[in-house]
Write a protein that binds this ligand. Structure first.
Ligand code: DC
Length: 228
């Protein structure tokens, strides 16, 4: 008889606040276990950018859902486009950092993205975001909540900005990190919190590589046990 265990690949759900190192960890884990990586924050960012450009405010539920019916998001390997336009770089701007939480708090936006995210998981997936383990993939084989204290996360963002040649002010970034945490954790729908059955990892004193190694080892061990 056909062995289905080989076909059904692992889903790893990684949640946590901005700047905890989720994307570095998720990318490394996906590579180690050979499944695709999905950056769900990029999906929210692309929607925020597009709707903002079109002057559709996050609290205008009717226009938001109308527009989302025909907005075409395409995810490539490390790229994302909206209605055929590559927005990979633009979604990382300070502008999008500032507006994305308000769009991500809207039920119309979250509903539209839940189906899209689940549709990517058929061949296994490592997905990072805020509600991977709690809402989108509650049955994921491995759920991780990756966190770090706000000051350390702000330091990482500050360094990233400087490395990209952008201007950066540490105090502003720290304020924004804290504001975004509060917004993401207290919103009514899909608030950021550790999922049931998740493993909590605090990366404050770890390098991105160390955190990636820790999670990848768990995923590799899980795959090994499952295939036995
Ligand atoms: O991880 P990030 O900074 O790219 O996320 C951008 C925003 O999108 C952030 O405000 C939280 C939100 N988000 C979310 O609500 N749910 C997800 N699964 C991923 C991101």
């Amino acid at each position: 008889m056909e062995d289905k265990t080989e076909d059904k690949r692992i889903v790893v759900a990684i949640d946590g606040p901005a700047g905890a190192g989720k994307s570095t960890v998720a990318r490394a884990v996906a590579e180690r276990i050979g499944v695709p990586y999905l950056d769900t924050g990029a999906l929210y960012r692309a929607i925020a950018l597009k709707l903002h450009e079109e002057h559709i405010m996050p609290d205008d539920g009717e226009r938001v859902s109308e527009r989302l019916k025909d907005l075409r998001l395409e995810v490539g390997r490390g790229t994302i486009s909206a209605d055929g336009v590559d927005v990979t770089a633009e979604i990382r701007s300070a502008l999008v950092d500032g507006i994305v939480s308000a769009y991500a708090a809207r039920p119309e936006v979250r509903d539209a993205l839940t189906g899209l995210q689940r549709a990517q998981a058929a061949r296994g997936l490592v997905a990072d975001g805020r509600d991977m383990g709690t809402v989108v993939f509650p049955d994921a084989e491995l759920k991780i909540f990756l966190t770090a204290d706000a000051e350390e996360r702000a330091r990482r963002r500050y360094k990233e900005r400087l490395e990209r040649g952008e201007e950066a002010d540490y105090d502003d970034i720290l304020k924004q990190v804290k504001e975004r945490d509060r917004y993401d954790m207290t919103r009514e729908i899909a608030p950021l919190r550790p999922a049931q059955g998740c493993i909590i990892i605090d990366s404050s004193d770890m390098s991105a590589e160390e955190a990636a190694d820790a999670v990848a080892s768990l995923a590799v061990e899980f795959e090994r046990q499952r295939k036995r």
